[in-house]
Design a binder for this molecule. Structure first.
Ligand SMILES: Nc1nc2c(c(=O)[nH]1)N[C@H]1C(S)=C(S)[C@@H](COP(=O)(O)O)O[C@H]1N2
Ligand SMILES: [Mo]
Length: 382
């Protein structure tokens, strides 16, 4: 039986003169994009577990390595940024297929195109919502974290499906000596190599001009990232200033309240009279910047012990801030009993500035910046 194809439209689909819209180029670019998305996904799940752990995980979260969250979130943002030029290159390589005629050949073909549409939409959404989050711009009505996290799973599902469907093509074009590759015109190879080289230059350029926000050896090249690790009071960036948080008048009547079986309150002078510890720990913001600083203060576990709390207690921390998502924070016992977790009073040798949380803030190892609560007024054993 002969299949009757629909007539070609009067308006002819465009023809493409570029010769690199082929499976070999799509495979070359696709595998780098795949690596970037895989790194971005794994580090994103780590970030999510540290920021919003499910109940059973709260006490199991490790407070080591000290730099764990800093590296993982630096990679998350860097791989997401690197994926943007890779995605654009990949879309350029395959976009002539948008104009395939007939657009749908079978149910299988329809499902394949649908899954690609879903994949492209989800990846574009993830990369651009993430990028806008790094500059703290939220031009949408939904809350960023849950939606960004949910769509990440959509990307993974659609990507695995895409790889499974394209596996024969991927195998045929993986290496220069793969069987499918030989059939392509050899004269395109130099063009393909220069295309790939320019993609590498683009990825290198966006990486080198932004990665210094967390990888401080490259901080002098940090031209495009929204935060520079050295810019801010006491040589540390600030996310929310004291003015923005409405914490502008901390007076001599400030007290730290510690609640446990034997609750008590301390003045700032009494806190300063307790044994002080010094730690070298980073603030690692989920938005991508991070920087190590020198903190001095009182161990949270000493404060909790004095209130009669057991070594397994979780700690709830409250800020003077009136509202805001980070006014209240809870830490699992892994962080609460870590000797490096401090209620810090000093930063880089000086009394904390208002923007860094005067009179007291939390600093804990291997934790997202959002949970390094500033302007602390109350600790409670749970
Ligand atoms: N009370 C309170 N603490 C807070 C925040 C906040 O908005 N309110 N922002 C957090 C975020 S998102 C980060 S990255 C760090 C930044 O700390 P820094 O300003 O001292 O560098 O503080 C955290 N502590
Ligand atoms: Mo942050």
């Amino acid at each position: 039986m002969r299949l009757r194809l629909p007539p070609r439209p009067a308006l002819r689909p465009p023809s493409f003169s570029g010769r690199l819209h082929d499976a070999r180029t799509a495979t070359s670019v696709g595998r780098w994009l795949g690596v970037a998305l895989a790194v971005c996904f794994v580090t994103g799940v780590i970030s999510h577990c540290l920021q919003h752990p499910p109940g059973w995980l709260i006490d199991e979260l490790p407070s080591r390595p000290l730099w764990g969250y800093r590296v993982s979130q630096g990679l998350h943002v860097a791989s997401g940024i690197a994926a943007i030029p890779l995605l654009l290159a990949k879309l350029w390589t395959v976009y002539p297929r948008l104009f395939l005629w007939p657009p749908l050949r079978s149910v299988r073909h329809a499902l394949e195109r649908l899954s690609i549409a879903l994949l492209v939409a989800a990846v574009v959404f993830e990369l651009f919502s993430g990028l806008l989050n790094t500059v703290q711009w939220y031009p949408w009505p939904f809350s960023f974290v849950p939606v960004h996290f949910a769509v990440a799973w959509l990307v993974v599902g659609a990507l695995l499906l895409h790889i499974a469907v394209k596996l024969p093509d991927i195998q045929a074009h993986w290496g220069r000596r793969s069987p499918g590759t030989l059939k392509l015109p050899a004269e395109d190879e130099p063009d393909r190599r220069s295309l790939l080289a320019w993609i590498a230059v683009a990825v290198g350029a966006v990486t080198v001009t932004t990665v210094g926000q967390s990888f401080t050896p490259l901080k002098t090249l940090d031209l495009l990232a929204p935060r520079h690790p050295d810019h801010g009071p006491q040589r540390l960036p600030v996310n929310k200033t004291a003015a923005a948080a409405g914490v502008t008048s901390v007076g001599a009547d400030w007290r730290l309240t510690v609640v446990g079986p034997r609750p008590y309150a301390l003045t700032l002078d009494e806190l300063r009279a307790m044994p002080q510890f010094e730690v070298e720990l980073p603030i690692a913001c989920v938005e991508g910047w991070s920087k190590t600083a020198h903190w001095t203060g009182v161990r949270v576990r000493d404060l909790m012990e004095r209130a009669g709390a057991g070594p397994d207690a979780r700690v709830r921390v409250e800020s003077l801030e009136r509202g805001g998502a980070y006014r209240v924070m809870e830490m699992g016992r892994g962080y609460a009993r870590d000797p490096l977790t401090l209620l810090a009073l000093r930063l880089n040798g000086q009394v904390l500035s208002a923007d860094h949380g005067y009179p007291a803030r939390i600093i804990a190892p291997n934790r997202p910046g959002v949970w390094q609560t500033k302007w602390v007024s109350r600790l409670e054993a749970l």
